[in-house]
Design a protein around this ligand. Structure first.
Ligand code: MN
Length: 360
């Protein structure tokens, strides 16, 4: 550890007996590379999910931590916090940084490639990325905060996908509702359990849920982490599952009654919730509300796999059997949905029918 040496800060923060990260003390493999400079973006599941952007420069990797990832759209700049220079070996690093170490958590390579420098000063960097995911002109510029560590990253080219639609907001985030009625039968219906809980349509962007109001739900933050850079809008139901495996409304109400952030955190440990995902409205820059239910479901199954605090709702072809079992298993009943039905935010639709279980 030599303060003032090029990698002094990097080495001072780490215990190389414990972390699998490169020491930066080797032969500086690749330093003499004659090709264009290289970059890497790592997805880092540290205390807070972020993406680390590292650009080869003067024998080291100039680095920024970008909490919401590399912006795909010039209208949305993202915070980029300047961090210590990393050794070139870090271009290939992925692994688990152990608990207790600096930056503890899983780190994966999210993108890599080469770049062209258009401008490089202490306060502004302009580059053209040639990565697998990130392509085009970007500017990084210091904004003056935190002793010069706060920068922003801005896309200078048009959106990478010109057809990209903005994340829905406002009325477009109202849930589609079911019409109460008797269980429909016949061709073309899908049947799902009617979960007793709180309905919530949630956009996820930059690995984070966007929940404007309501109780704090760390369970949604965990789902955001799992989604990573995939932006989606999910329709779901927040439920509490009792020890016997049944959904339990009184547990849910106890948990949601927590008003302060501190009491919500305390209760979250004792009364965990599950976000049961029932539909998908938007994914990766495009609305899918005009697709049929089965088309949306296929995309949803690809995007979201089961996690510790979330699940995609099961479906049944036999609605009558599901309705018979519902009352005994703690469900309110059955929601029947037409397989071809589009998603209509805020609409009470005859394409969705809610049938209450006998005795529920
Ligand atoms: Mn990091």
């Amino acid at each position: 550890m030599t303060p003032g040496a090029p990698l002094g800060d990097y080495q001072a923060k780490r215990d190389f007996e414990r972390t699998p990260e490169p020491t930066g003390g080797g032969k500086r493999r690749g330093r003499a590379s004659s090709g264009p400079p290289r970059f890497v973006v790592q997805e880092h599941h540290a205390t807070a999910l972020h993406w680390d952007l590292r650009l080869e420069r003067d024998g080291v990797l100039a680095s920024w931590a970008v909490p919401k990832g590399i912006p795909a759209d010039p209208r949305t700049n993202h915070l980029a916090v300047r961090t210590e220079d990393h050794p070139l070996e870090y271009l290939d690093f992925q692994g688990d940084i152990p608990t207790g170490e600096y930056g503890a958590g899983r780190m994966n390579v999210w993108d890599r490639g080469v770049f062209e420098v258009q401008k490089w000063t202490d306060r502004e960097v302009q580059v053209i990325f040639h990565g697998e995911k990130v392509q085009g002109r970007y500017a990084l510029f210091a904004t003056g905060g935190r002793n010069g560590r706060d920068w922003m990253i801005h896309r200078m080219d048009p959106p990478s996908d010109p057809d990209r639609q903005p994340l829905p907001s406002g009325d477009d985030l109202r849930p589609m509702l079911a019409t109460p009625g008797d269980l429909p039968t016949g061709e073309g219906w899908r049947y799902e359990p009617w979960w007793p809980g709180q309905r919530l349509v949630v956009p996820f962007d930059g690995g984070r849920p966007i929940v404007p109001t309501g109780p704090r739900l760390p369970e949604l933050a965990a789902l955001g982490e799992a989604l990573g850079s995939l932006a989606v809008v999910l329709d779901g139901v927040v439920v509490a599952i009792a020890d016997d495996g049944r959904p339990d409304r009184s547990r849910l109400e106890r948990r949601l009654a927590a008003t302060s952030a501190a009491s919500a955190r305390r209760l979250a440990g004792r009364v965990p919730l599950t976000f049961v995902v029932v539909d998908l409205l938007w994914i990766d820059g495009r609305s899918v509300t005009q697709l049929g239910l089965d088309g949306r479901r296929a995309l949803l199954d690809q995007a979201v796999s089961r996690g510790p605090a979330w699940v995609v709702t099961p479906r049944q072809s036999d609605g009558e059997a599901l309705l018979l079992a519902a009352g005994d298993t703690g469900f309110a009943g059955v929601i029947a949905k037409r397989e071809a039905s589009p998603y209509s935010p805020g609409l009470t639709s005859p394409d969705w029918v809610a049938s209450r279980a006998p005795g529920a």
